[in-house]
Design a protein around this ligand. Structure first.
Ligand code: ATP
Ligand code: MG
Length: 369
């Protein structure tokens, strides 16, 4: 998958821009606040239908303007396509592919695939389990639309069941209806847990290989699924469901007291360890960054396995905390994948200038050198 060119009008701090990209590494450099991330954001928008920084399209519109317009051309193994995104103050965002309007944003899936790595991704390690579940849920939903559907179903079941648990304390007669919800919770929850177990295993294996390469075999990254109750090492949906039911029975009294569901996918976590120690507690900033990078690269490897092509890689401000060696290993390990990299310093790439195309960004204007 290669992005060939992008055209922007009234997007963020750009009046107008038109750029062609190289198939290899594209280094977008310039001082702070000049418009580097804005370029990456526009490409991600064409891939996913939304910005990675904000859910509000109005923020993407250049101050004082009435519409923005993005046109992107890309090629994949079997075809070339044009994606067109228009947004106006009066109208909602409209997206078309090869001039055919999409009815839903979801229609973008399976066209331009892009994986973005930005500073916010460090939260996967630094913050609590919710951020890690989010990482897995987004990656898995892209691969399996049925997983996304199960997640939505589960959220509804959980809410209903929690409401019921609270109501029972006031009205004991309702206790008889709880079992139906136990059943739905265990059935749908088990499907989610099975998908997570399989995906995290695959992600963990690919990330371990990536991490070895990024650190010249100095560090071992281990990623393991850490569900909220013990399911042994099974990935069988029936066995997971049985374990879930048992857990629900064990927790019955406590759940009635507290009025909430105490176990299930909503309490899952992923254990991320470097040389056996928790990355969140012990790893340095650079080690944390490298670990998330390995997870993102693993995501790319899985996408390649599933679709036959590497997605476009968007690296925003990733290199600032990596030393020269890690940076070199990173570039070597993504050779052949079209990559856009933002950086405040061109000189970081002096040694790699042969395999890079350079773009200088200043105050909402971008020029290829
Ligand atoms: N809707 C908008 N209209 C006009 N300008 C905007 C809009 N949204 C953001 N900007 C401007 O865009 C600039 C930031 O662009 P961007 O985030 O791409 O910077 P950057 O080059 O990546 O900087 P850094 O190196 O700090 O990450 C800021 O000056 C900001 O004020
Ligand atoms: Mg930036």
């Amino acid at each position: 998958m290669k992005v060939k060119s992008i055209f922007l009008k009234n997007y963020r701090n750009y009046d107008y821009a038109e750029i062609s990209f190289a198939d290899t590494f594209n280094i977008i450099y310039g001082n702070n606040a000049q418009g580097k991330t804005n370029i990456i954001e526009a490409i991600f928008l064409c891939a996913s239908g939304r910005s990675h920084r904000t859910p509000k399209d109005s923020e993407l519109l250049k101050y004082g303007r009435e519409f923005f317009d993005i046109k992107l051309e890309y090629s994949r193994a079997d075809r070339d396509e044009r994606i067109h995104v228009v947004y106006g103050i009066e109208n909602r965002k409209k997206i078309s592919i090869n001039d055919i309007p999409l009815k839903k944003i979801g229609g973008l899936m399976g066209h331009l695939n892009a994986v973005i790595f930005s500073p916010e991704d460090l939260l996967v390690i630094k913050q609590g389990p919710a951020e890690r579940r989010r990482f897995v849920d987004i990656a898995l939903s892209q691969l399996r639309p049925s997983y996304f559907f199960d997640l939505q179903q589960y959220a509804k079941i959980l809410m209903q069941r929690n409401n019921l648990l609270k109501s029972i304390s006031m009205n004991q007669d309702l206790a008889g209806t709880l079992e139906v919800w136990d059943h739905h919770l265990a059935r749908t929850g088990a499907r989610i847990m099975k998908a997570r177990r399989e995906f995290i295993k695959r992600l963990g294996e690919a990330a371990a290989v990536r991490h070895e390469k990024l650190t010249n075999r100095e560090e071992k990254l281990k990623i393991v699924y850490d569900p909220s109750f013990n399911i042994g090492d099974t990935d069988d949906a029936g066995e997971i469901e049985a374990a879930f039911r048992q857990c629900i029975r064990r927790n019955r009294e406590k759940e009635l007291q507290k009025g909430t569901t105490m176990a299930g996918p909503q309490r899952d976590d992923i254990d991320i360890r470097l040389n056996g120690e928790s990355t969140r507690i012990y790893a340095s900033q650079g080690q944390q960054r490298t670990s998330v990078l390995s997870m993102k690269l693993a995501e790319i490897d899985i996408m390649k396995e599933e679709t036959g092509e590497y997605p476009v890689l968007l690296l925003d401000d990733v290199l600032s905390e990596l030393d020269d060696r890690r940076k070199e290993y990173l570039l070597d390990s993504i050779e052949g994948i079209q990559t856009l990299i933002t950086s405040t310093e061109k000189r970081f790439f002096n040694r790699d200038s042969e395999r890079c195309a350079f773009f200088y960004v200043e105050n909402g204007s971008i020029k290829r050198e």
